[in-house]
Each structure stands twice: as C-alpha cells, then as structure tokens.
Design a protein around this ligand. Structure first.
Ligand SMILES: *Cc1c(COP(=O)(O)O)cnc(C)c1O
Length: 222
C-alpha cells in the first residue's frame, strides 16, 4: 500500500472534529512530502534534532507537533516554530518551556501527558499528580505557555477492553480538569490519544488528536 492510499483509508475512520497527526519520525522527507501532497499538514516528530532538520528543509506551511520525551536543554531549538508539544510530563519541563518561550516572545501550546497505561515505561503524570498541579495554581503564572489539553498512551496490549477503559479514564479526567479549571477558557480543548493500533477506540472515547505513524508510513527502520 502506498502512503497516499494508507492516508485515504485512515481518513474514512476520522470524523471532522478529530485531527490526524501524521507521525513521521524516522521517515525521510520524501515520505513526508508524499503525505503532504495528499493534503496533510500536521506532522509529529519525537526527536529534537530530527524535527529541526525536517523543519529547515520541508515546506513552511507544515504544522509541526513534538510528540516525544522532551529534554529541558533542547527546548529552545523547537520553541521558535513548534505548534504543539504533546508530552509535557513534569512541572519543571512546563516551567522551562515557559522560560524559553518568553525569550522569543511566544506562547507555546502544550498538552500534559498522563500516565494511563499499566506499563512502567511510559512517561507522564499520574491522575493524582495532575490534579495536584492544577490545584496548586502556579501554572497560571506561566504566561508564555498555554495548556491546551491532555495526552496519553494506552497499554500495548491486544485487550481492547483494557485500552478502551484507559482512554475512557483519560477522557473523564480531561472533562474534570476542563470543568474545574478552564470553564472560562476554551483553549483547553485537545485530547491527544490513539495511535495506529488503537486510534479508532480512542476516537470513540473522545480523542480530538490521533497520532498515527506506521499505518501511514509503514514499519519504521530505527
Ligand atoms: C511513535 C509514536 C506514535 C505513532 O505510533 P504508531 O504505532 O506508529 O502509529 C504515536 N505517539 C507517540 C507518542 C509516539 O512516540
């Protein structure tokens, strides 16, 4: 299957209120351009250096999302052009993004990552930690970041009920945070969940951004 036909078949499963993030990590510019030609504009990368290289060489109307684990010393390289950082997993990182964004006079859009999987390997706040952060209120003083929603990854399992349950839990948390802390602020509106193997379940459970890589570009060569 070609990239073009992969995208066409994925689109049939994505309702209009959900946006597709084409996860292009480890894939060359030619593959990204193939997806671009079909009309896709949002691309997700997980390594700072790779993202910066692609930003430099690819069309400037591409909307770049960072979906990986971001190290504080690399924030400044992506702040000038990144549209959304999905995986903010500590308050320190949020504070550092704010600091770097202030230097360039920008507001950087961020999603806080919540640990919903039954796996140690995935990053993110626990639901309790997340609520503590919001309750503490310090985030309101960070004027150069905008918390636009939450992001999570389900357990890597064939158990569809478990995946659904984890996504459902994240949606409930999202609604709670939105209600308690963003009732007067419509910018908290994104729920990033769902990858190649589980994006359809994620959409059913309330996702607004699906991050799809291998179903578009094929298996990655690491
Ligand atoms: C790689 C990656 C994806 C895409 O995964 P696929 O299974 O290839 O669709 C989505 N989200 C994150 C955070 C990733 O690192």
């Amino acid at each position: 299957m070609s990239i073009q036909s992969n995208i066409q078949s994925i689109r049939t499963h994505i309702p209009t209120h959900v946006r597709l993030v084409c996860v292009s990590k480890f894939n060359p510019n030619e593959s990204i351009l193939e997806a671009y030609e079909t009309g896709e504009r949002i691309f997700g990368e997980s390594k700072v250096q790779e993202l910066c290289g692609k930003y430099e060489t690819l069309p400037k109307d591409i909307v770049w999302h960072f979906i990986g684990h971001l190290q504080t010393n690399k924030i400044r390289y992506i702040v000038p052009f990144v549209s959304l950082i999905h995986g903010v997993d500590s308050f320190k990182l949020l504070t550092e993004i704010d600091k770097q964004a202030a230097k360039t006079g920008k507001t950087v859009h961020c999603l806080l990552q919540v640990h919903i999987a039954q796996e140690e390997t995935k990053f993110g706040f626990s639901p309790d930690e997340l609520l503590e952060i919001f309750e503490a209120g310090t985030w309101k003083q960070l004027n150069n970041i905008q918390i636009c929603g939450l992001m999570g990854m389900a357990t890597y399992t064939v158990n569809k009920d478990q995946i659904r349950c984890e996504f459902n839990g994240l949606k409930t948390l999202f609604d709670q945070v939105k209600h308690q802390y963003f009732s007067d602020n419509s910018s908290f509106c994104e729920l990033s969940m769902g990858m190649s193997d589980d994006f359809q379940i994620a959409i059913e459970e309330g996702s607004t951004l699906v991050r799809v890589g291998s179903s578009i570009f094929g298996h990655r060569n690491y």
